[in-house]
Ligand binder design. Structure first.
Ligand code: 5GP
Length: 113
């Protein structure tokens, strides 16, 4: 059974796509928590950080390179942005297909509260 994000990658479910490479897709979150809230996902299904291995860990680098490009595209690279990855239900993960949240466009306080 394909994940929700695989269905978006395969264009079976619509999403507002903001960036794409051979390895990753980035699209707007349906429930945005900031003026820019993008989900950056690998085109392969890795459920959580706990499923990373030395063989598939390169996908993490690809997600961060995409975040860098998206920040430039949105013009927020200098003012700042946040990337977050939730792991498992206790941390708020609801879609079990690895993804990086990209948040920008408003003050992002730390600690987040
Ligand atoms: P998680 O809670 O797993 O870290 O993040 C999953 C994110 O996916 C949530 O922020 C949620 O709003 C978003 N989301 C859930 N369903 C959809 C959908 O059908 N389309 C889009 N674009 N985002 C979704």
């Amino acid at each position: 059974m394909a994940t929700l994000f695989t269905k978006i990658i395969q264009r079976e479910i619509p999403a507002k796509i903001v960036y794409e490479t051979e390895q990753v897709l980035a699209f707007e979150d349906i429930n945005p928590q900031a003026p820019h809230h993008v989900l950056i996902v690998p085109k392969v299904e890795i459920p959580t950080i706990n499923d990373l291995t030395p063989e598939n860990a390169h996908h993490i680098g690809e997600l961060f390179l995409a975040a860098k490009e998206i920040a430039l595209k949105f013009g927020v690279a200098e003012e700042g942005y946040r990337v977050v990855m939730n792991c498992n239900a206790g941390a708020g993960q609801t879609v079990f297909h690895l993804h990086l949240h990209f948040l920008a466009g408003r003050p992002l306080h730390w600690p987040p509260g």
